[in-house]
Write a protein that binds this ligand. Structure first.
Ligand SMILES: Cc1ncc(COP(=O)(O)O)c(C=O)c1O
Length: 398
């Protein structure tokens, strides 16, 4: 088998299962899962209806490029959401549907990296672990850029030396960030674009939380928007990843897309033809109305805002947690070592969270996840409130 498989790290949730193995939570407390980033809001009924009314497509092979109507709906959404020039994202040459961004992020790196050239794939640390696994299996070396409170949870691009940038094939950005919720502004994204031009690498911007933000008046900026701001309407060296999983609470649908530089998307389409990961036609049909509708997204976003409003005051004085600008996570410091905290919270309160170090790597500048946990506010408002009260209860005993 491919020896690179041995270099993959265990997935965070396997490590969590080991940590909690054998622990018996109190039977009189129902379980509140806050470890997985799986939105639990009601999926929109019209998406389910579109899916079932497309079952007549099961007899037809989908093609890698996807349905023209779907790519058009995605392009229209990008244009509306990020204020792009209408028509600047050509749905035929600049957009490809993927089976959720997880699959897209992974396969993109396989297509983008020259595995014979000793290349780096740069990524934030902590991170979504697919970036790292994709880099390893593509024969590249992952390079971790720590995000800490000191750098506002954004990778310090100016701390990377020229020699490293020269080896960089792909820079992963994640904004809004998982697990920190940090958002990159236009100036930050423009700096990344300058570096990509100078050192000839691709920016892969994972924006799957773009529609989950806590201030209605401040939707997070996207990479294509930063391109637009500098008149770079060919989106050269830039690709963005978007998903319906968080936006429409349909993580089981497996639907997202990649968009940007036509030359990069063209090569990636060729790769996908061989990889055989075309999105099923029923999924594509169900995705069209989801990208066209904003009402259900606003309803879901307001629920996330309500959770933060309710939970933050309860956690004050218990955990060192700050309200992030976006996404649905709290990246909190714990009063005792995070694995101990996680185990006790499960054992005594039947609440599951994730130790931060399961999402991060130790670097020469330290481990940015070492003293934190990630709390996902994905359950109902009432359950999130109950969980915050239970966290308070535990903290009072520490
Ligand atoms: C940062 C980030 N990127 C990508 C994904 C994958 O999302 P999906 O494959 O459902 O689109 C996730 C899921 O949790 C995520 O947190």
């Amino acid at each position: 088998m491919n020896p690179l498989l041995e270099r993959l790290h265990r997935y965070p949730f396997e490590r969590l299962a080991d940590l909690l193995a054998g622990v018996r939570p109190p039977a009189d407390r129902y379980h509140i899962p806050m470890s997985i980033g799986e939105p639990k809001h009601q999926p929109p009924a019209f998406v389910g209806q579109a899916l079932t009314s497309a079952l007549d497509t099961l007899g037809t092979y989908p093609v890698a490029a996807g349905l023209a109507e779907l790519r058009e709906a995605m392009g229209d959404w990008l244009t509306r959401r990020f204020g792009l020039t209408a028509g600047s994202v050509d749905p035929d040459s600049m957009i490809l549907p993927v089976n959720g961004t997880r699959e897209g992020l992974f396969s993109f790196v396989q297509a983008a990296v020259d595995s014979t050239a000793g290349r780096l794939v740069m990524m934030p640390n902590p991170f979504y672990q697919i970036y790292e696994g994709a880099a390893i299996l593509a024969g590249a070396e992952p390079c971790y850029l720590n995000t800490t409170a000191e750098n506002d949870f954004l990778p310090d691009l100016d701390a990377v030396g020229d020699a490293e940038w020269q080896r960089c094939a792909v820079l992963f950005l994640c904004s809004p960030g998982n697990p920190t919720g940090a958002v990159m502004d236009e100036a930050y994204l423009r700096r990344a674009i300058e570096l990509a031009d100078r050192h000839d690498f691709i920016i892969a911007s994972d924006e799957c939380y773009a529609d989950i933000y806590l201030d209605e008046d401040r939707p997070p900026t996207g990479l294509l928007q930063a391109c637009h701001a500098v008149g770079r309407e060919d989106y050269r060296r830039c690709v963005v990843f978007h998903s319906l999983s968080k936006r429409s609470s349909v993580p089981g649908l497996r639907s997202g897309f990649v968009a940007g530089d036509a030359a990069i998307i063209g090569s990636y389409r060729l790769y996908r033809t061989y990889h055989g990961c075309a999105v099923p036609l029923a999924t594509q049909r169900a995705s069209i109305p989801a990208w066209q509708d904003e009402a259900h997204v606003g309803t879901s976003r307001r629920l996330f805002q309500q959770k933060f409003d309710a939970v933050m005051p309860l956690l004050e004085g218990a955990l060192d947690a700050h309200r992030p600008p976006a996404a649905f996570y709290l990246w909190a410091r714990t009063p005792v070592e995070p694995e101990t905290f996680t185990r006790r919270l499960f054992a005594e309160q039947h609440v599951t969270v994730l130790p931060g170090s399961y999402l991060s790597r130790v670097t020469r500048d330290g481990d940015p996840g070492a003293d934190r946990i990630r709390i996902s506010l994905v359950a109902s408002v009432d359950e999130c409130v109950a969980a915050a009260q239970r966290i308070r209860e535990l903290c009072a005993t520490l």
